[in-house]
Design a protein around this ligand. Structure first.
Ligand SMILES: NC(=O)c1ccc[n+]([C@@H]2O[C@H](COP(=O)([O-])OP(=O)(O)OC[C@H]3O[C@@H](n4cnc5c(N)ncnc54)[C@H](O)[C@@H]3O)[C@@H](O)[C@H]2O)c1
Ligand SMILES: O=CCCC(=O)O
Length: 456
């Protein structure tokens, strides 16, 4: 596995990194484990770790433009999107810097055996395996809560974002993090399997595809290691007959095209009531046609290239197969230069079309026109995935009922679902298990230790 920055806009190789050796991995684990066993990790020293998070936020604020440019250079998203990603990361770090002591305070469990309480202790080294689509955010949403808890992190990032992986290590060093707090490793899947087996590693947090998730979850399971899996999605965007269709359509466009469509929670399946479908489709087609493809560093560009040539090839293959199985193209699917992909809207996707169940990781939206709410829910839930979703309706009680019937980990009503520090993020079914962020995320990798004082 070659760790390389290949500029997605030019396809030039910018920088290649050498892989870490087994000896370097061993040294990394030794250092991280020594930190776990030191006075740094126990619950009573949380204020020092919160101070570290505050320093990290300050360092990130200081370098935010450099970090944003590194993201864009590594994986090609618009510079404005990179800046938004950093702003979100800073908020995540600040959230745990301010809230962690409260979130992790002991919880009382009175019982007939005596007064009891649950304390939240660190468990050991956490291995983070991360994807390239939000290359700093994906790391930060593991590292920030791990620091608060006292768990050291070793990370294996996607091979196309090595500069981001390295940069986070530099930021932590500048924030005076003790050695071993976070270490980036450029390693192969075989080396990852060995790291998961190591007794000092007690948790595995993976964000990525269902394929990687099923392999790594099996490896973690076979070694009885706790794991969280944040995997793919095929999220619905439901528009009812009473919705504000103009707002819905514009939100649906943004929800499908940001990050060049490479988002786990992107609005991938539009499910629209027949009454409002013509207006909805018109707005989507017009908006898709208006995108400006260009250098992602240029502030006039509105659609970035895909992250790699391979991503473009894979997406085109999926689209070709969808069309071969009867899908109709309503707009898009035109040739585009380099790694750009024309925003495309397809419909008439029957259940035996492979596209019906697949995640399209790029600017291709599927449209399903329905007659009523039951039909919308049946379609929404006929999916292997269960990550997020959106419902647009002016009748909030109706929208709440729909949200409650959608089988996913997250649903947003009358707005698109951003990820923020204080809200839990995660899915069900083949979108994985466990939660990141919020109070739920910080408690995924803790020992919920019960202590009871017996009654005399
Ligand atoms: N649920 C979420 O929070 C979330 C967020 C972002 C992306 N995703 C999903 O991630 C996918 C896109 O990202 P990707 O293409 O980088 O995914 P990917 O699964 O190819 O890679 C993710 C990470 O797993 C590693 N990996 C892959 N196979 C491995 C193996 N056998 N052993 C060890 N490590 C392995 C990769 O090198 C990378 O670091 C999409 O499906 C997307 O929906 C999910
Ligand atoms: O890919 C998942 C990231 C989710 C987001 O920040 O919108």
């Amino acid at each position: 596995m070659a760790y390389q920055t290949i500029n997605p806009f030019t396809n030039e190789v910018v920088k290649t990194f050498s892989n870490h050796t087994d000896t370097e991995i061993e040294n990394t684990l030794n250092q991280a484990y020594a930190l776990y066993q030191s006075a740094w990790a126990p619950p009573e020293n949380i204020s020092d770790r919160q101070a570290l998070l505050r320093r990290l936020a300050d360092v990130m604020i200081l370098h935010q433009e450099k970090i944003a440019r590194t993201i864009t250079l590594d994986m090609g998203k618009l510079l404005i999107e990179s800046r938004n990603e950093i702003a979100n990361c800073i908020e995540i770090v600040q959230f745990y810097a301010e809230q962690a002591a409260d979130l992790l305070k002991p919880v009382a469990y009175p019982s007939k055996l005596g007064d009891g309480w649950v304390e939240h202790h660190p468990i050991g080294i956490i291995l983070a395996i991360e994807p390239w689509n939000f290359p700093i955010y994906q790391l930060i949403r593991v590292i920030a809560p791990a620091i608060a808890v006292g768990n050291p992190v070793v990370a294996k990032h996607a091979s196309n974002v090595p500069q981001c992986a390295q940069l986070v290590e530099d930021l932590l060093r500048e924030a005076n993090a003790p050695a071993g707090t976070y270490t980036n490793l450029f390693v192969s899947p075989d080396q990852i399997a060995a790291i998961i087996s190591d007794r000092r590693v007690q948790g595995v947090a993976l964000t990525g595809s269902e394929n990687a998730g099923s392999i790594v979850a099996a490896q973690a399971g076979s070694k009885l290691k706790k794991a969280t899996m944040e995997l793919g999605g095929n999220d619905v965007f439901v528009v009812t007959d009473d919705a504000d269709v103009i707002a819905a359509a514009h939100t649906a466009v943004g929800g499908r095209l940001y990050n060049a469509g490479q988002v786990c929670t992107a609005a991938k399946r539009y499910i629209v009531h027949e009454k409002v479908a013509p207006q909805f489709i018109q707005i989507v087609q017009d908006s898709f046609a208006k995108v400006i493809m260009g250098n992602p560093l240029d502030e006039n560009t509105t659609l970035a290239p895909l992250s790699s040539h391979k991503s473009k090839e894979n997406l085109q293959k999926q689209l070709d197969a969808a069309i071969a199985h009867g899908a109709k193209v309503l707009c898009g699917n035109q040739p585009a230069e380099g790694n750009f992909f024309t925003p495309t809207l397809i419909t008439d996707i029957s259940r035996d079309n492979p596209a019906y169940f697949e995640e399209f990781f790029g600017p291709v939206a599927q449209l399903y026109v329905v007659k009523n709410d039951d039909e919308a829910i049946a379609l929404a839930n006929d999916s292997h995935f269960g990550l997020g979703g959106t419902v647009f309706s002016k009748d909030i009680e109706r929208a709440k009922k729909l949200a409650s019937r959608i089988e996913t980990g997250m649903v947003f009503i009358n707005r698109f679902g951003d990820s923020v520090a204080e809200l839990p993020f995660g899915g069900v079914k083949r979108s994985g298990f466990g939660r990141e962020l919020s109070d739920l995320g910080i408690k995924e990798f803790v020992n919920h230790k019960l202590v009871v004082v017996g009654q005399k």
